[in-house]
Structure formats: structure tokens, C-alpha cells
Design a protein around this ligand. Sequence first.
Ligand code: THG
Length: 291
Amino acid sequence: MVVLIAESINIMSQTIGPALKGRNPGPIQEMAKAEVKAGADYLDINIGPARKAGAELMEWAVRTVQEVTDLPLSLDTTNPVAMEAGLKVHKGRALINSISPARAAEELPFVRKYNAYMIGLLWGPEGMPRDANERCMLAVDLIYKANEAGAANEEIWIDPIVSPISVEINQVKACIEFMSMLGDIAPGCKSTVGLSNISNGTPADLRPWLNRTYLMMLMKHGIYSAIVDVFDTDLVKIAKGRRPDLVSLVHRMMDGEKPDMASLTEEQRKYAKTARVLLGESLYSHSWLEI
Ligand code: THG
């Protein structure tokens, strides 16, 4: 079972963005209720950088969502003042999304002060880490600092930062490799990813194939949670352990098995083709499912 953080309450969204800015609770509460119904474990509240009035916005958003659900929230902003304002009014155990090395000194104390969980975001001083090893170095350093601030490993959810397949296959592979190493470098730490990042830039109707297959690949290395489109019912089935047949197919391919495409069902074939692309065995193009 993968813990699901619903991604749709998000300032970039065409319906939720204006509702957040206009402090209009209706669309936000409807979205929250729909995410709960779809099977979410946490609801992400992404208000973006929120440089102006961020604290007031986050506080309002947390109260507004918690009026309609008891689920814990994932507070998603790079503004530390807005983060703390949200934590102050949150009921239950919030998830801080996220703390990167650059903001660690300021934000790590929030974990104990508000008894929260934290996502440790592996964004380095020079930006995106180049490979799995750079991710490991950033993780070790951030976890050490978090421990010093009183956070236990079990409270730290490490995010290696997934980037789109349409941009860089090596980064797609590096996140998988990093997940296979995390248990050894940081026993007890949890993990998460922004799953939909993998399919950014891909036509909307094809994105679920990439999201679902990449989730199955991360599951091979015990991914703990993911920020996802919880309205993708097939993705939720995979995350909740209801598609062991597909998970087994993808995991066997990761172990080097080359399935006989002709013997697969139409559905299995789509996942197998997608796995080949995500493993770097065939080149990505928007028509990968047709070839
Ligand atoms: N790691 C962590 N937090 C994160 C990310 C991450 N938060 C933000 C993001 N990445 C994860 N959340 C989303 C939310 C929406 C989309 C992708 C990732 C998305 N939305 C559609 C779009 O933009 O086309 C639809 C938007 C809409 O609803 O209109 O793709 O990596 N820790």
C-alpha cells in the first residue's frame, strides 16, 4: 500500500487557482471532498511561492479544507512564513511539503514545534541533483540536520525530485536507483515523489500510463507515499495493491525479463511498452504506445 497524497488543490489549477486567490471556499471544499472519496490519505494544499499574503492564504486554506475533512494535509509552499501559519491552525499531524537544504535552518524546527512530518526535498545548492549519488549526499546531509533538530527518521519523507520523461531519461533512472539505495543510507526514513512530474509535457490522455507504470517501478523499492492524481482510478488500484498482476509484470521487466509481447493482453502490452520507455530500453516519443 502506497500512502496517497492528492495533488489537485493547487494554485496552478484553472478552477482552484482563482478560488484560492478569491478566498472562495466552494470549489476548494468540493475538490477536497472528491479527493477524500477517491481514496486519498493526505490532501496537498499547494499555494505556490505565495510571496504576498502567503501566511493569511495558507491559514485560510487549511481551515477551509479541514471544515470538510478530518484527513491530514500536506502544506505545499516555499514560503516559510506561510508554512508556519498553516501549521499553527492545522488539526492533527500535518506534512510539511517540503524542506530543502536551502531552507533547512529556518524550517526544520517546525517538525518538533508542531509535531509534523516533513518531506525532505533533494534540491541542491546548484539546483537539480545530477544523479543518484548526488541525491544520496544531499539526503545524508539533510537527514543529519533534521535529526539534530529533533526529527526522527520515521518522520522524514525523502523526495528525490522526479523530472519529466520528455526531458531526461537519465533523471528518470536516477530516481529509481536512488530509491533502491535509500533504505541502506537512511534506515527508517520514508519516501515520496511528485508522481505526475514524470508525465509533464506528455499529452493529457497519455499521462496516466506513465504515472501508473512509474509508480509500479518505484514500488519495487518500497516507495512509501506519492503525490498523485487521485482521480485516476487505475492508479489508485495499483497503489492499494489491487493489481498484483501488472506490478509483477513490470517488476519482472526491471529484473531483465523480456516479455513475449504477442502473449500479453492489450492492457498488459501498454504497460510493458511504457516500462520499456521508462527503463530507457526504447526512446520516448509521444507515440510510444503505438510503436
Ligand atoms: N515534490 C513535492 N511536492 C510537489 C511536487 C514534487 N508538489 C507539486 C508537484 N510536484 C506535485 N503536484 C502536481 C500537481 C498537479 C500536476 C502535477 C503535479 C499537474 N496538473 C495538471 C497540469 O498542470 O496540466 C492539471 C492541472 C489542473 O488541475 O488544471 O500536472 O515533485 N514534494
